[in-house]
Design a protein around this ligand. Structure first.
Ligand SMILES: NC(=O)c1ccc[n+]([C@@H]2O[C@H](COP(=O)([O-])OP(=O)(O)OC[C@H]3O[C@@H](n4cnc5c(N)ncnc54)[C@H](O)[C@@H]3O)[C@@H](O)[C@H]2O)c1
Length: 428
């Protein structure tokens, strides 16, 4: 089969290359000329995705994959068109469909008769049927006759996208019944794994939002429990470990909020849709309040933050992934500055321009002499840090550090819902 993947970014490229190894000819279409040129030269734009280097080189060499900026030419011979163009939220917290609509409009005028279009991007319920399918029909194809449309969300974790593609069941739901059936058949034949076909595109859309909302709310619960633990001087880590020893409890890890363009975004898709969303809104509010909460705790330990030098380590939204969408490092920066701190940022995964674009002053090497250091994303390379030289207090923003290592270096530790190391008494 000929397959076109529209949007060959973090999700679309691994998806396209994997399909190209399963007996299909794949064209990856993107508006980013520089990206398409790099991919065409077999230069991997995602070095933090294991296995992608080899897969890109192999599929380009074999001619089973090619990249282009000419989407209409790429789509013209495609039996299946997958959309992996990103949808984020706008300033009002509503889904911003601008790029996806543009992609659908371009594709609509090039679709061959009988083509199957599958939207992989997470969407508010009803978007595929009410907004996207009509755009595709604008090119003259008729839904259910010579055009079939389905929704099938990606359930992938950055940093292991290739292995995740075949790890979890693929969920599909059709806008037209034939669209659902054809999409299920395509994924079953291509990936060979389990496919769960739901009764409609809307059901598949809501299933993806349910996964995201569950995780956001679960983290909000962990954060609320962490704040209760702080009130009582308890350690939330041992409490969650104990609670989760019962098989019905799956409490996540507390921290300074939730970053990335998935988990903090999907509850907002529920909040803008029809139906109740009070819990989603509450979870968002709790998680969004965490950077200020953690900064207040640090301020209490340091006797205020006015003119204090604070270093934030790891500015990406997750460890070892060079992605900064909705990173809470930026929220920590804002809260620290509001209390008068002088803040610097450090991240070995980002360029100096990348760090500056987040609003940070770049921390000069060697990293030393701060009043406090906050570990936001605990990258692998940070395991070798000289904690004692860094600062007398280290804040573990994601409860990811081993506090005994920090304390053994003579440094005070503060976690989220974890008591600070007591102030050492001066020698009598
Ligand atoms: N990244 C994740 O971890 C993840 C996990 C699960 C699901 N998803 C879903 O995948 C979607 C895509 O995420 P991503 O991380 O791959 O985004 P991304 O920004 O890395 O990639 C999107 C690509 O689409 C391209 N694009 C934009 N407009 C276009 C157009 N009109 N025509 C062709 N290409 C166009 C961009 O240039 C970019 O290369 C997300 O919105 C999300 O719903 C992402």
């Amino acid at each position: 089969m000929n397959v076109a993947v529209i949007g060959i970014g973090r999700i679309g490229l691994p998806l396209a290359l994997t399909i190209a190894t399963r007996g299909h000819h794949v064209t990856g279409c993107d508006i980013d000329t520089h990206l398409v040129q790099r991919i065409t030269r077999a230069e991997n734009p995602l070095p933090d995705e294991p296995g992608l280097d080899e897969l890109l080189a192999r599929t380009i060499a074999q001619g089973t994959f090619r990249a282009t900026t000419d989407t209409q030419a790429g789509v013209a011979s495609a039996d299946v068109v997958l959309f992996a163009v990103r949808v984020d939220v706008d300033a009002e917290g509503r889904a911003d469909l601008t790029h996806l609509l543009a992609a659908a409009e371009t594709v609509a005028h090039a679709l061959k008769p009988g083509a199957l279009c599958i939207f992989d991007t997470t969407l508010p319920v009803g978007t595929t049927r009410r907004i996207l399918a009509p755009r595709l029909q604008a090119g003259g194809r008729r839904l259910g006759h010579d055009l079939h449309v389905a929704f099938s969300p990606e359930r992938l974790y950055m940093g292991r996208v290739l292995s995740d593609l075949t790890r979890y069941p693929k969920i599909v739901g059709g806008v037209d019944p034939e669209g659902g059936r054809l999409a299920a058949q395509f994924y079953r034949q291509t990936f060979g794994g389990e496919v769960i076909q739901l009764s409609s595109a809307e059901a598949a859309e809501l299933s993806k939002l349910a996964e995201g909302a569950y995780r956001d709310l679960n983290i909000a619960l962990a954060n609320e429990l962490a704040m209760v633990a702080d009130v009582h001087g308890l350690d939330i880590a041992e409490i969650i470990r104990a609670a989760n020893s019962q098989p019905y409890s799956h409490i996540h890890i507390p921290g300074t909020g939730v970053g990335g363009h998935c988990i903090p975004v999907y509850p907002r898709f529920l909040m803008q849709g029809e139906g109740p969303s009070a819990l989603s809104a509450l979870g968002r509010a709790i998680n969004d309040s965490m950077p200020a909460y953690v900064v207040r705790r640090l301020a209490a330990l340091l006797g205020g933050l006015q003119n204090k030098r604070v270093l934030i380590l790891g500015l990406t939204f997750r460890p070892d992934i060079a992605v900064t969408y909705h990173t809470n490092a930026v929220d920590l920066l804002r809260e620290l500055q509001a209390l008068g701190a002088h803040v610097q940022g450090h991240d070995p995964l980002l360029s100096p321009e990348g760090i500056a674009s987040l609003g940070f002053q770049i921390a000069p090497e060697p990293l030393a002499g701060y009043h406090a250091a906050i570990v936001h994303s605990y990258h692998r390379s940070y395991t070798h840090l000289d904690w004692a030289r860094l600062a007398p207090i280290v804040v573990d923003a994601r409860n990811a550090l081993d506090r005994t290592t920090i304390e053994a270096a003579g440094v005070r530790y503060l976690g989220v819902g974890r008591p600070p190391t007591p102030q050492p008494h001066p020698n009598p």
